[in-house]
Design a protein around this ligand. Sequence first.
Ligand SMILES: NC(=O)c1ccc[n+]([C@@H]2O[C@H](COP(=O)([O-])OP(=O)(O)OC[C@H]3O[C@@H](n4cnc5c(N)ncnc54)[C@H](O)[C@@H]3O)[C@@H](O)[C@H]2O)c1
Length: 394
Amino acid sequence: MKKAGFGVIGCGSIAEIAHFPSIQRTEGAELVACCDTNEQVARQAAEKWGARIWYTDYRKMLAECDDLDAVIIATPNNVHRNQAVAAAKAGLHVVVEKPLAVTNKEAWDIVNACCENKVKLMVGCDRRFWTQNQWAKQLIETGLIGQVLMARASLHEHWHLYQNHVAATDFRLRADVAGGAALADTGAHAIDLLTWLVGSKVKRTVGVAKRLAMPAEYTLCDDTVWVLLEHENGSYGCVSCNRFSHAVSQVTELYGTEGTIFTSTDATNPFQSVPMAVYTNKDYNIEDLPEIIRNYRWPQLFWVEDHIHRPLQKRWVPIVPPREPNNYTNMTRHFMNCVINDEEPLVSGEDGARAVEVMCAIYKSMETGAWIDLPLPEDEEIIPPFYKPLPPED
Ligand SMILES: NC(=O)c1ccc[n+]([C@@H]2O[C@H](COP(=O)([O-])OP(=O)(O)OC[C@H]3O[C@@H](n4cnc5c(N)ncnc54)[C@H](O)[C@@H]3O)[C@@H](O)[C@H]2O)c1
């Protein structure tokens, strides 16, 4: 059977860390072409990861390369829109790295182009593909912790960690290109993850996104973010992100009427020392525990408690999921399945555009000091401070 041909546009850090290895680990997927405006980067990526051809202009790639089925767009945020729209018009399925775009208009342009051209669109919110987050979602859906009324998602990580050691370019520091940082970069993950786990769209939001830590000579982007979310189902969420904490902290907390779930991904800490912990008020005997808890709790046996207490004593249960397949491999395999079986990707374009709307609404709420209702009006484009949108190429 013919393999699905992938092209990667933007061969910098996330392509190198995540997308190239995941394509390689996905049966039925094949890297066909690499594209990067930096010729050396494009050529080296093609040589290293086995693409048959490389380009420095994505338009040339889309026009010439006829064995592509899908592209992964891993370029700076300001070019996502034009590249994704062009790929959709070329009839290719598209994965766009988060944030889907910078302004709400850019984001919906991508969604509409993919819809009109009947191609799949997925946003690269890999947090949804970490096993512990997928399990948290499953446990919530089975009712394990009752109704989730409050949730908090956070991602705190110093500028220097990624920028000085991993990033290929300085686009993140440039507000005219990235459109923001703690909100648009780390916040894009936290907003998406929280909204998905709560399982309800955002009805209105209010918050702050400010530069408090770094001097203007370093960046004009925000580094301190608090976001309050009211969901359509009446529950409340809170997102906190920063770009000044040297110790990475990524924790998601889900508070239900009958239990609590914590998950973490990039880093654990002395208080959240395992990838996942569950507390349930429900009366379980050992044999009726949900499989996730029975098979992956740590330690494996709670010895006497398992045998003496019927029902089990209420307690925090640490859970350690298997490490493989990792989040990105899960994500690429999922996308492949969606393409082959004509299914909607888990992180849909609409999800990505709604997350961008939350970010844009936060900038608006900074101006008005008030809650902002979502969805935003279609004719209102919110442009984050210092961002310079590129004109559409279509
Ligand atoms: N999912 C995640 O956890 C995650 C992590 C890192 C980055 N990202 C996202 O991925 C995207 C890229 O980030 P990065 O860290 O890899 O950046 P990077 O600076 O490391 O790499 C970007 C690459 O894109 C190339 N490029 C720039 N403009 C281009 C264009 N017009 N056409 C083709 N290539 C172009 C650059 O030369 C560079 O090689 C961003 O949107 C970012 O938010 C997501």
